[in-house]
Design a protein around this ligand. Sequence first.
Ligand code: XMP
Length: 513
Amino acid sequence: RLLIIDFGSQVTQLIARRLRELNVYCEIHPYQNVTDDFLSEFAPKAVIFSGGPASVFDDGAPQPPAHVFDLSVPILGICYGQQVMMHMLGGKVERGHGTAEFGRAYVTPGDDRIDLLNGWFLEDREQVWMSHGDHVSQIAPGFQVYGTSPNAPFAITADLSRNFFAVQFHPEVHHTPNGKTLYENFVRLAGFTGDWTMGAYREEAIRKIREQVGDKKVICALSGGVDSSVAAVLLHEAIGDQLTCVFVDHGFLRMNEAAEVVTMFREHYNLPLIHADESDLFLGQLEGVSDPETKRKIIGKLFIDVFQKYANDIEGAEFLAQGTLYPDVIESVSFSGGPSVTIKSHHNVGGLPEKMGLKLVEPLRELFKDEVRALGHELGLPASFIGRHPFPGPGLAIRCPGEITSEKLDILRKADAVYIDQIRKHGLYDEIWQAFVAILPVRTVGVMGDYRTYDYACALRAVTSVDGMTADYYPFTHEFLGETATRIINEVGGINRVTYDITSKPPGTIEWE
Ligand code: XMP
């Protein structure tokens, strides 16, 4: 296995992701925990030093133990990892002063090509992503230069006799388009064959959950979404009936959704599941409320109260499980304390663990969305379930602008089911990030047969997106839109007019509220 020593870079986890893509098993450990004893026990086959915000000139600047250089294994230092390596091995690092470099840069090759760079310099220069204040001004004895950039004469260096490599840029980020090749070369020369799989990840995750939880009880808020479902199934495999799931059913779910979730988890997975059907409570509290933020706040608060009420009945629970993903972790790190404006109050159970005196288990914390899907697949969750469009915590309540009534929710559920059925029938479901119907708070006049109608109008929404942060409307054909509108009006009582929302995000948001 490979050891990544973390010096605090925002993108350390991306190194792990690149390695997982290469089917290499790695673990990230913060530098403070990496002692001589730790190294002996871990016995890494290769080591990577991550980047980090510190300067080797800072008091108490983070360092790996010197012993790491005596392990006779390949080492790759990245950015701060490069600087600390040079600093410790007898090179020199200097403060920025005009040579700081952020963003895109181009590295040109030195005279000799080395294995680390096989297939890398496809042209005479290679785009990389730099982000450094300090820089190496003199390389350590034994090192040679194999690549330079205008502001980083030592962009790529290596001591081939010891298999130590150091790069000033970040090969793990998207803006170093060929970065994966460097990692691939590095792990090959360290002797990894790339036989590690998501199946192995599952075993490892189970081992870690068991280690953390012991014989204690865990509660998990299961929403029926992909993340919480994968987390629940994984936890159940790890600790069996020490896990209880609470499915808070606020009544704003799609057609048949609650029943499907309950059947799947209770019957198929045999998972202890409490179905907290509190739809009357939620609908009652929202009576007369039409302001979107007020709706979100009421639902968020009730959700927590309801969850807590059911969870309190589970005796002796010490842990709360959450399906937090790595992007949530980076966002909360990089934006914490930042002056960002709240566009919408998002729905989550943050703050609950402290309030209830519970410890957190977050078995998906290291994964990206597509990896969670792969893990779900590995755990045997149905493909149709894993590939489902995202669905917001407050559910249909935020797709019903104006006051929410059970009549409108019924109409909305039916229209949404027809629309999704159309999309599936036309084979478009997987091309679309998210599609849904919003029922509008207006009624309009129509004519059906010889009768005047006065019914609700609805809006269809479908967007493409990579991460939900920005989005574009999906360019359905007119035939598709026409056919869908006809079906909705014919099959769903209460709707006599269908519109298509062609707003991108920004300026619109994906949901209507
Ligand atoms: P917006 O509407 O902000 O949505 O463009 C971006 C993505 O987030 C989803 N969304 C939510 N997800 N809780 C969630 O878990 C929420 O409160 C929430 N609000 C919006 C939305 O469906 C889209 O995928």
